[in-house]
Write a protein that binds this ligand. Structure first.
Ligand SMILES: O=C(O)CC1=CCC(=O)O1
Length: 257
């Protein structure tokens, strides 16, 4: 699988990889770009079947993670910091557990060791294959953003919902099926990498309790709760960026010292 990607920021700076959520693309990370590229080389990519990355039939969580490892190899990046949101967070947990030698640190935002229930994901996959993206797109704003933010910032939400409505149903369905079978609840205890968990205080999809479970399972990990719902990097970019960058700089200081 060849991932569509974009590199920004100073050449030679430490690399931070950003991994998008279900139904979004690398553009999801626009609110982080200016702050991160002041200090880091930022590698964003479109996950399998999303944005400009083609779909290739059935996919599993380990293949989503393997796609990124192939990209890192092709760019000759030996190690990188990783930050993923929701499905991208699950990808990060898999990498932290099974390919820790490729990561410097992991930030898991609005995610969980297991997201939702298999039946729900399989039903959503069937729905988008049969009916297209309209129904899923119509409910996305409620899943992604708090009511207050929906009223306050429709201009930030509408482009994301339009993008979702126009996205490839088969690519989306394949990732729903990957989520249906992804369950790392019994694996994450073995993670030893520095880990930051970011949870949204109003997130109905991956809850604060999901974030607390991650923090309890991974020794030495940190949890930050931000005032947002599911796509917290969009709804609370300042709080998100502050937490992420403070964590990344603390890890860089550790490696330097
Ligand atoms: O259901 C949604 O759209 C939210 C979500 C769950 C996993 C993911 O990546 O996004």
């Amino acid at each position: 699988m060849t991932l569509h990607y974009q590199l920004d920021g100073p050449e030679g700076a430490p690399v931070v990889v950003l991994s998008n959520s279900l139904g979004t693309t690398l553009s999801l990370w626009e609110p982080q770009l200016a702050a991160l590229t002041a200090r880091f080389r930022v590698l964003r990519y479109d996950t399998h079947g999303h944005g400009q990355t083609a779909k290739k039939g059935r996919v599993t969580l380990s293949q989503l993670a393997g796609d990124l490892l192939t990209l890192l190899d092709s760019l000759n990046i030996k190690k990188a910091h990783f930050c993923g949101i929701s499905m991208g967070g699950l990808t990060g947990l898999w990498l932290a557990r099974f390919a820790p030698h490729r990561l410097l640190s992991v930030t898991i935002a609005n995610s969980a060791a297991k997201i939702g229930e298999p039946a729900g994901w399989l039903d959503r996959a069937r729905s988008v294959r049969e009916e297209g993206m309209t129904t899923v797109a119509a409910g996305a704003a409620q899943r992604w953003f708090s009511e207050a933010f929906r009223h306050r910032s429709p201009q930030l939400i509408e482009p994301l919902i339009d993008q979702l409505a126009r996205s490839d149903a088969e690519g989306y369905a394949a990732c729903c099926e990957a989520l249906a079978e992804a369950d790392l609840r019994h694996e994450i205890k073995a993670i030893t990498l520095p880990l930051l968990v970011i949870a949204g205080e109003q997130d109905p999809v991956t809850t604060v309790a999901d974030g607390e479970f991650l923090q309890q399972q991974v020794a030495g990990s940190q949890l930050t709760i931000v005032p947002a719902s599911h796509l917290s990097n969009v709804e609370a970019p300042q709080a998100f960026n502050d937490a992420l960058i403070a964590f990344l700089l603390s890890q860089e200081a550790r490696y330097a010292g």
